[in-house]
Design a protein around this ligand. Sequence first.
Ligand code: LMR
Length: 430
Amino acid sequence: NIMQLSDDPVLQILPFNAKIRFPIPHPSDKGSIMYRHVEYYPGDPILSLVETFKNDPRPEKVNLSIGIYFDDEGKMPVLESVSRAETARAATPALSPYLPMEGLDTYRSAVQHLLFGKDNRALAQGRIVTVQTLGGSGALKVGADFLHRWFPEARAYVSDPTWDNHRGIFEGAGFEVGTYPYYDPATVGVKFDEMTAFFNTLPEHSVLILHPCCHNPTGVDMSEQQWDEVLQIIKTRKLIPFMDIAYQGFGGDLDSDAYAIRKAVEMELPLFVSNSFSKNLSLYGERVGGLSVVCPNKEEAELVFGQLKFTVRRIYSSPPAHGAYIAADVMNSTELYALWQNEVYVMRDRIRAMRQKLYDVLTAQIPNRDFTYFIKQRGMFSYTGLSVEQVRRLRDEFAVYLLDSGRMCVAGLNASNIAYVADAFAEVLK
Ligand code: LMR
């Protein structure tokens, strides 16, 4: 019965530092039989909080939890570039046949140009393959399935900390997942020496999930020089870098945010890249992403491409069309691309302005505390350094929602709520 089940954790002591899971009985379990053994899912830490926020009746509530860009009016924007592409497409109603397993050709080449640069030699050499995926998560899943199938001995390593779903997706694909040292709360920087020392202990073909820009959740990125060093270790030790880029354009600019990706290609590393247009095209629900694999030569690229298609076929057959057409229309038109680029930079600059404002207000209120990290961190997220207790107080007393880890989505701040949020921060920090 259920008591026995919960008292007797079906527990595998994993030899590796994977999470240990206990079956958790559903709190309202009435003793059904069929699914008694099914483990209760307590919900995703990010997505559950969004639901709690939605149901919070307090009018002053502020959502700084999920990574969504909101404009200064607190609204998710419809980008003008996207809206023009939508209007043009709506003018000629089209059939909706299946896309091929790998997705839309014009979209896939646009992704390649954006990530690797139009003139990248590896593209001309035909050794980069790209499949359209269901957002960045879909790309991670297809890549993880492929890697686990063809490198079954390999382990995967995520940064400490990382976006929770990195671990989830790689474990879901069958990987044992470990962590590598990354964030240093003492310096609000990267534990660079510890991290590189750790990389230097890893066996060949270990998979490293890396964030090329706008690290989620910390907002703490490596410098170009640090990337060079890391990539050299990856090359020497024959590791497999898997770069997940969901915020291209929100850190430096569209090109400099791809620095690590392009450098890895230049160094001829066997690179995996998952990318997403959820944030920078504000197309969250369309699930527009891509998985690119950089191969040593065209022949191997063809083998990999075939297996990626096969992987897709076995998960969801082929990707949805609409978002990919819109993204391709924006990126393949000189005019819409220029408009889009500018819109990305408007979002980036607004996030930076909010960081500065928060820094200014908090520094004025608590002058003996150093808040420079708010302006140094890049992208949507900031690790605020707030404790779980402080985060809970913000939520309970002020209706200000951050993740329990202390991660704040800076893009949820705006002219109308920033003073309120800063005051609430100051209150719980005192
Ligand atoms: C986030 O980190 O908040 C976003 O990437 C959204 C998500 O799916 O978790």
